[in-house]
Ligand binder design. Sequence first.
Ligand code: KG4
Ligand code: ZN
Length: 338
Amino acid sequence: MNVLGIETSCDDTGVAVVRDGHEILVNLVASQEDHARFGGVVPEIAARKHVEVLPALLEAALGDAGLDLSDLDGIAVTRGPGLIGALLAGWCFGRGVAEARGLPYVGVHHLAAHVHGALMPAIGEARPIAYPLMALVVSGGHTALYRVTGNAGFLPVGKTRDDAAGEAYDKVSKLLELGYPGGPVIDELAVNGDPQAWDLPRSDLGLDFTFSGLKSAVRRAAIEASIEPGDPANQRILDLVASFQAAVIDMLAATTERALNRFTSRGLVLCGGVAANRSLRARFESLASRRNMPLYVSPPRLATDNGAMIAGAGYRRLAAGDRDPLDLAARATWPLGS
Ligand code: KG4
Ligand code: ZN
């Protein structure tokens, strides 16, 4: 079954075709450059750009895969959570195509899709997955832990009380004028910095997260050390971003470890845009191997927002003959597991 996946919850337009929930035939992502000069996503610009880009991106995706609209068997679209204008762009486009072609159509939870993206390689290789899993979803909009039971059940375990981890990366990068999005920039720069140069705070909220204190500590450190922003060659900046990243990873790993101590888990999932981070992946690999459990981590191109994870996550319902009514609404807020 060929499922078209459409993702527009934030600033990436994703269009993909996935066969049988795991075989990616094409996965195109158009990242909007327009937000860089603002150092963060401008919702209205994001929505308008999605509307502009979607038709051509669909055409390009079908062309790349050597497919025609008649080769599609269903459509999965991100229903939420996300920026409502951005969501509506994909939601209306996807339903329009579904209606025009008489195809079944389902709305997908963005975070459930991130988790599915991490599981796709295992599903593709027919590796059995033992549940329950402990999943850390760590992105620009979300930082949360879930217990994943079989049958796509999600139980919330903990979440951030303020910023998401990716948001903290983006804000620190903005503060130091290093570029947007901050995650990949800091991932790159931190390699050449000393992660112990600054003793930044690691908060402990049990199973919840907080990143605002760390963000303020970075700001204070930059002021106290009279750091001139905007120079990625400055060793003090490299040390500061390396120290920041070390604190983020320590907090993510420590909180996940507390959750693993609390709840029986037969595997660990790391997904969401920040899961593309090399040091974070390495830390979770050692965490999982120390606890003797499999780690399911999104391949980098399935970590950040994309249409393949949406198509993959929508497949099961479509294959079961499920479809959503055309008057269903997109949801800006939509707690996973509710
Ligand atoms: O999942 P995603 O594409 O969008 C949301 O659903 O939020 O995540 C985007 C976030 C951004 O904050 C970006 O800075 C961060 O993921 N990110 C990274 C890396 N690549 C993307 N953070 C750390 N290291 C990376 N390599
Ligand atoms: Zn995302």
